[in-house]
Design a protein around this ligand. Structure first.
Ligand code: 5GP
Ligand code: MG
Length: 471
């Protein structure tokens, strides 16, 4: 397995103006995809220059430094990392100099045969600074470029070696490529902006640059982006798809559209399905802000129950999900969320969130609502129980941490202290997304991995029998 990267965000722009500032804007829009570090690289006609740093885009990429980055072609990255992996060496894009010129790569996803490929590279004489997928990918691109001096051939050869998930932006000198893995796990879209073209993880960034969405990069496609066109090198072979369902459920911005399906719309649909599948007699529906908001709106509309905001969220609090210990996570939830007492007092409440992983968030929130005087607290969840680790980039790593692997739904209801608990059904989720089951990656909820995962073969058979309990 690869190192400490997870779902991230990438952007690449080629235009008739200096692109650094536009890329900075795009990264701000996809900031939710990674808050650990950010970076921008541009090709100035001769070399690739970069600005990288830890933290949020505004901190990591100071405006004055970004202004100094010249060049009409560039790529950028925001990085999500788990607790403890904060080294600046992991910030992307990663750039190297080769005898055919400079190369830069930024990666969203996770390479499942990372260890094997790295080992192979090292046997061939490569050395590595980090455990990051991005570094492996750039070394492979450089290796194949040395052999054929043709970026498309080289990238295609690298794709032949990589297993797992990747949305890539690659700069070979001043040539820019957007690449999506053959399963299309991760989103990547093409946009037309005034004076150029772009590729980016989420369509919301195209909107923010007042551009027009052109189309998604197809799974397995290499797309070359120039200032006045994009050129496709499609996957030469037919291949099954497996887009990550969690992008719609949790990860992406609600104003983005992935493979033609709007994220907000899916979340609303999830709420509607939940209202049909798990009704309850309550005074109002409220979200866990912000992740459960669209799901809660869908629920309230479908059930004809009033919608309220019963929690105030502190936007500036730290992220609880990635904190290393349970104690820290629980404490951080109270820093982050405060009930609006007058709203919840004496009421029968339905609270909706996108997912339960460890159960930390909801256990704390239900207790807070009760303390604030709620009479009943019913919980509804927009994703079936998470039971299997994600090896494709979502921060859900060990079976042991998933509460649904230890307890039944009834027991979890007791643990989080709710009056009732309902998860959307497996089929209900697929209906809400509106994409064929066979075209989605649902591994975290059904244990069936679209690709071979080292060490998971027996597990996945075992897990798929287990799943019938949840369906
Ligand atoms: P739990 O508290 O049950 O461990 O996690 C569920 C909560 O974390 C939900 O509110 C959900 O929005 C959020 N969440 C789920 N998956 C992820 C993830 O991969 N990263 C982060 N930062 N939050 C997540
Ligand atoms: Mg949340």
């Amino acid at each position: 397995m690869s190192g400490p990267e997870h779902s991230c965000g990438v952007v690449g722009i080629s235009a008739d103006f200096d692109v650094a500032s536009a890329m900075h804007t795009a990264l701000m829009i996809i900031q939710h995809r990674g808050q650990e570090s950010a970076g921008l690289s541009t090709f100035n006609g001769q070399t690739i220059e970069s600005v990288k740093g830890n933290g949020l885009v505004t901190v990591a990429l100071p405006k004055e430094e970004v202004k100094g980055l010249l060049g009409h072609v560039g790529i950028g990255h925001v990085r999500y990392a788990t607790a403890g992996n904060k080294s600046i060496a992991y910030a992307q894009p990663i750039t190297v100099t080769t005898n055919f010129g400079p190369v830069a790569v930024a990666h969203d996803g996770e390479i499942t045969n990372f260890a094997e490929l790295k080992e192979k590279c090292m046997r061939g004489g490569s050395t590595f600074l980090t455990e990051s997928d991005g570094e492996l990918i750039i070394k492979l691109v450089a290796k194949y470029m040395n052999q054929c001096n043709d970026p498309v051939k080289a990238i295609r050869a690298v794709m032949g070696e990589l297993d797992g998930s990747y949305a890539l932006v690659v700069m070979v000198g001043g040539r820019l490529f957007g690449v999506r893995d053959p399963y299309g796990f991760k989103p990547l879209s093409i946009g037309k902006v005034d004076g150029g073209y772009m590729v980016v993880s989420e369509t919301a960034a195209i909107d923010s640059l007042r551009g027009d969405f052109v189309r998604d990069v197809e799974p397995g496609e290499i797309c070359e982006i120039t200032r006045d066109m994009y050129k496709t090198y499609p996957n030469p072979v037919q291949h099954p798809r497996a887009t990550c369902m969690f992008e719609w459920v949790y990860f992406a911005r609600p104003d983005s559209v992935i493979d033609g399906v709007g994220v907000y719309e899916v979340r609303r649909n999830i709420g509607r399905v939940l209202a049909r599948e798990c009704p309850a007699d309550v005074d109002f529906v409220m979200p866990v802000p912000d992740s459960g908001r669209a799901h809660a709106i869908g629920y309230a509309c479908e059930a004809g129950i009033p919608y309220e905001e019963g929690f105030m969220k502190n936007r500036f609090a730290d992220r609880t999900f990635i904190m290393p210990t349970q104690k820290e996570r629980e404490f951080a939830v109270s820093m982050k969320m405060n009930p609006i007492k007058k709203t919840v007092e004496g009421k029968r409440i339905m609270i909706v969130d996108d997912s339960i992983v460890r159960g930390t968030t909801l256990k704390k929130l239900v207790a807070m609502l009760r303390k604030a005087g709620a009479r009943e607290v019913h919980v509804r969840i927009g994703c079936p129980p998470v039971i299997a680790p994600c090896y494709y980039g979502v921060d859900m790593k060990t079976r042991d941490e998933f509460i649904a692997n230890h307890y039944s739904v009834e027991e979890i209801c007791g643990i989080i202290g709710a009056d009732s608990l309902g998860y959307i059904s497996y089929d209900g989720l697929i209906e809400a997304i509106g994409i064929r089951e066979g075209d989605l990656c649902l591994a975290c909820i059904n244990g069936k991995y679209p690709t071979i995962i080292p060490g998971e073969v027996h597990r996945s058979q075992f897990q798929s029998t287990l799943n019938h309990d949840f369906q």
